[in-house]
Ligand binder design. Structure first.
Ligand SMILES: Cc1ncc(COP(=O)(O)O)c(C=O)c1O
Length: 377
């Protein structure tokens, strides 16, 4: 079965009890049991719920993985994964990551006696040089948010295997449709379901998939005990959103490619970051491990005044912190997605006050180009 068919048929999509063409919202916190010793599959929604089971089956289908878990947000999923680390452990972190991930590491992991080394994720030798006897995990995003840097996932996974280190990859930008991570050696793949998987800017959700039974069992405990389970209403919306993901992604990616090429021609644009452009330093590696350039791009303008003018004059994209919606979303990582990071760390990454991120939606490309053109002028 190919992906667009799978998105509509290859996980629970029909209610077994009634034949309803959408899995109902089992809006119940608890479930009646025939007696105190037995239950019929479910007893308490924090431990499991049929609507949430359907979305967990869905992520298994999309990732072609043995196990899948749904969380209340991408951050809840990330925290569940980072909590695999224990006091005295060391992990290696990509220099370019989502600001919220950096914040949770600073706020919790460091306080709990877990050490990390940040590396240039595009340099495999830097990952190798950072390995210590107590290194337990490698954590990365490829492409990264917001600079779209690329990590050689196969090479880093191979290195990790040689040293018995886990690799966790946040694949939010590429989605399971654009980049298969588990078959090339990633142990745990994470998605902010809030973004392209849901696709309608109306849900906060997180998803995790793995093929490793022991990891899954531990992550299931984290899901239950940390309490970051996906809410029923959100799970239902996610089930609805995911059905059109194939078509949405196709159009958004096409738009991103054309917009990246257009922006490269503008003299006011200093640099375009998009792994679908042959000028991107990670282009060759990204081509090997991904199916397309994705639907997010970033670009640098020359001055603060130009940035202000762009945000004031753009009429089609919404201005918002998020990404992955059917509508294009323009954001300023400096003040938005990466504001939680200290200024110094942002600048070290290359997140400057003139860096603009654009998540491409499914609008007509002519309107997007015309709008950006007039706003940049
Ligand atoms: C790459 C990436 N990972 C994780 C997250 C966190 O996801 P959520 O906002 O669903 O918690 C985000 C949010 O912007 C993100 O961009």
């Amino acid at each position: 079965m190919k992906m667009n068919t799978k998105l509509l048929h290859a996980y629970p999509v029909i209610c077994k009890e009634t034949g309803a063409s959408s899995i109902p919202k089992f809006q119940a916190s608890t479930f009646h049991q025939p007696d105190a010793f037995n239950h019929e599959g479910y007893n308490y929604t924090r431990f499991g719920n049929p609507t949430i089971t359907a979305i967990e089956e869905c992520i298994k289908t999309l990732e072609d993985s043995k196990y899948g878990l749904a969380f209340s947000s991408g951050m809840a999923a990330i925290n569940a994964v980072l909590f695999l680390l224990s006091q005295g452990d060391h992990f290696i972190l990509a220099k370019n990551i989502y600001g919220g991930t950096f914040q949770t590491i600073q706020e919790f992991l460091v306080r709990f006696g877990i050490e990390y080394t940040m590396v240039d994720e595009s340099d495999v030798s830097a990952w190798e040089a950072a390995i210590q006897p107590n290194t337990k995990m490698i954590y990365l995003e490829s492409p990264s948010n917001p600079l779209l840097t690329i990590t050689d996932l196969k090479a880093v996974s191979k290195l990790a295997k040689q040293h018995d280190i886990l690799v966790a990859c946040d694949n939010t930008f590429m989605t399971p449709l654009g980049q298969e991570t588990l078959p090339i050696g990633i142990d745990i793949v994470i998605h902010s379901g809030t973004k392209f998987i849901n696709g309608h800017s109306d849900v906060i959700a997180g998803l995790v998939a793995t093929n490793d039974e022991a990891l899954h069992k531990q992550l299931k405990i984290h899901q239950k005990a940390l309490g970051g389970v996906l809410a029923v209403e959100e799970g239902w919306l996610l089930l609805r959103g995911v059905k059109t993901m194939g078509l949405r992604m196709e159009r958004s990616i096409e738009n991103a490619q054309q917009l990246a090429e257009f922006l490269q021609t503008k003299k006011q644009v200093k640099h375009v970051y998009y792994p679908g452009l042959p000028t991107h330093p990670g282009y060759a590696i990204h081509q090997q491990q991904a199916k397309n350039g994705g639907a997010v791009l970033s670009f640098d303008l020359e001055t603060q005044d130009q940035v202000e003018a762009l945000f004031k004059n753009c009429k089609v994209p919404i201005v918002a912190v998020s990404l992955g919606g059917v509508e294009s979303i323009l954001s300023l990582p400096w003040l938005m997605s990466h504001a939680a990071m200290p200024e110094e760390e942002r600048l070290k990454m290359g997140v400057t006050p003139t860096l603009v991120r654009l998540s491409c939606g499914i609008e007509d490309i002519e309107d997007l180009i015309a709008d950006l053109d007039q706003a940049i002028q």
